[in-house]
Design a protein around this ligand. Structure first.
Ligand code: FAD
Ligand code: NAI
Length: 480
């Protein structure tokens, strides 16, 4: 097959992994093309992948608006603010979300133009490996036309798609995935969510704040099993008992059907048979790598048991010149992890030696209170066999949290008892998503709890709680 165009790097996918890889490679002087298939309802390209179009950004826009609404309706009075009439205009809220998405997706096109990255809208497939010649050949199908491109290096950044459940097939507007849950045009009176993971908790919070009765049905018998046990318990108490979400753990789904009472879900909860009727059901049971139509098999690539493209620590596949990053490979399915890998692959192609420690990728769940963590949980640290010391500081003893009326939760730090090196930091509380940044810096710089305890933190600020938790490792927190 004769190639029409040749590049140093061809990136498939313009999500946070792909667009960042393309930009960094262009910054480093390479000739770069990025191919992305994302199509809006109007048939237009929209850069940014899942993250910008239907993931991180629209969900945070609705989390922000719904938190604002809740504060106005439920908390303004405690600040001495009297409001005559408060109403909800969901159309305006959704339009605001969409404007933010459009501004950011257009921004990526501007960055591509500025850095000289060529963008092609279309579906890419790997069509041949050219061991002797130029590298990898890629065919791009775009509105009925076909382009053949060649590149010395191809970076696959095709992301992930929602996992579906055979027992609950999609029913537009009624049985929906996370994208459908972000696009509802009315606040459902009763919202069911299958899966009490990250999406279930965040989108459940949005609709609960706007007035829905939300019930989460979770297969596992433990809440957030991957999180630190203290953090999971604190979050469960706050979200369920105080905020008012309903959670059923240990659930086995038996059937989902549309009936007179809405969507009827029959399930077993331990040994009892139960029925739940809802107006809208969100299926949020995880995501799977997106590899459909990529032609990986003909390239000699066998997917792993999760359906991901196997790669080494540097994101190299078994095929020379073919790399893969982000949700389509092992590791957490997070935008910042995809970005890190995008930068690292581009720099490696330029002869640099970047390194990523997946153990230092932070997790954040944007509920209220927020949850964030990095490094080892207490259980993992104990299982590793090393002696540990734990420090914990509650936001009730932090002046800024009190002043903000958000004094729920705490910061917990785990340090090695022998070396005092920090091993893990877990936060439930206000602005955990921002506070975790200092914790990641601490782990990356191999800080000890004593290092943080001796660094001045502005007063009054939420960050003082991190310093106090580090002081607590040695039993010398000041304000508790
Ligand atoms: P994606 O963003 O999925 O992008 C892949 C792109 O490749 C897409 O545009 C797709 O159309 C394109 N593509 C696929 N196949 C082809 C092909 N053959 N040819 C051409 N193009 C192709 N993560 C966080 O870190 N923080 C959050 O707050 C957060 N919130 C989220 C909220 C929701 C509701 C969801 C669903 C996800 C959220 N995530 C969040 C996860 C985050 O969106 C993903 O981890 C991230 O988008 C992965 O980036 P990626 O570049 O690997 O892939
Ligand atoms: P998840 O893996 O976080 O949670 C899915 C949940 O569904 C699990 O608790 C699982 O036990 C449960 N489940 C699976 N099958 C089930 C069944 N048959 N019945 C009942 N429960 C079942 O996946 P989720 O929430 O879909 O999110 C996907 C990914 O997107 C996340 O893992 C994360 O990587 C990313 N994400 C990140 C966000 C963030 O960083 N704040 C926000 C949203 C998504």
């Amino acid at each position: 097959m004769e190639a029409e165009l040749r590049y140093d790097v061809l990136v498939i996918g313009a999500g946070p992994g792909g667009y960042v890889a393309a930009l960094r490679a262009a910054q480093l002087g390479m000739r770069v093309v990025c191919v992305d298939a994302w199509c809006t309802d109007e048939g237009q390209a929209s850069l940014g992948g899942t993250c910008l179009n239907v993931g991180c950004i629209p969900s945070k826009a609705l989390l922000e608006s719904s938190a604002f609404y809740q504060r106005v309706t439920q908390e303004a009075m405690h600040h001495g603010i009297r409001l005559a009439e408060v109403g909800l205009d969901l159309d305006v809220m959704q339009q605001r979300k969409q404007r933010i998405v459009q501004q950011l997706t257009h921004g990526i096109q501007t960055l591509f133009n500025k850095n000289g990255v060529t963008f092609i809208h279309g579906h890419a497939s790997l069509s041949q490996r050219d061991d002797e010649g130029f590298g990898v050949t890629v065919t791009v199908l775009s509105t009925g036309t076909q382009k053949v491109l060649q590149a010395r290096h191809v970076v696959v950044a095709t992301g992930s798609v929602p996992r579906s459940l055979a027992v609950a097939p999609w029913l537009p507007g009624k049985i929906v995935d996370s994208q459908g849950a972000l696009e509802l045009t009315q606040v459902p009176v009763r919202l069911g969510i299958i899966g009490a993971g990250v999406i279930g908790l965040e989108l459940g919070s949005v609709w609960h704040r706007l007035g829905s009765q939300v019930t989460l049905l979770e297969a596992q018998s433990e809440f957030l099993p991957a999180a630190d046990r203290d953090l999971a318990q604190e979050a469960q108490r706050a979200l369920l008992h105080e905020a008012g979400l309903t959670l059923q753990l240990g659930v086995t789904l038996e059937s989902v059907s549309e009936g007179m009472e809405g969507i009827e879900i029959r399930y077993r909860d331990h040994d009892s048979a139960r029925v739940l009727n809802v107006d809208v059901l969100v299926v949020a049971v995880g995501r799977e790598p997106c590899t459909a139509g990529l032609g990986l098999e003909q390239m000699g690539i066998t997917l792993d048991e999760r359906g991901a493209i196997p790669v080494d620590a540097e994101c190299r596949s078994v095929v020379p010149g073919l790399w893969a990053i982000g949700d389509v490979v092992r590791g957490p399915m997070l935008a910042h992890k995809a970005e890190e890998e995008g930068v690292a692959v581009a720099e490696r192609l330029a002869g640099q030696q970047p390194a990523i420690d997946l153990g230092h990728i932070p997790w954040v769940i944007y509920t209220e209170p927020e949850m964030a963590w990095v490094g080892l949980t207490e259980t993992m640290a104990r299982q590793s066999g090393r002696p540990i010391r734990v420090g914990k500081f509650p936001f009730t003893a932090n002046g800024r949290a009190k002043a903000r009326g958000m004094a729920q939760g705490w910061i917990k730090v785990i340090a090695c008892a022998q070396t005092d090196r920090l091993l893990g930091i877990h936060i439930v509380g206000p602005e955990a998503s921002e506070l975790i940044a200092e914790a990641v810096v601490a782990l990356e710089f191999k800080a000890s709890s004593e290092d943080i305890a001796r660094i001045p933190h502005a007063h009054p600020s939420l960050s003082e709680a991190f310093r106090e938790a580090c002081l607590g490792v040695d039993g010398r927190s000041i304000n508790v």
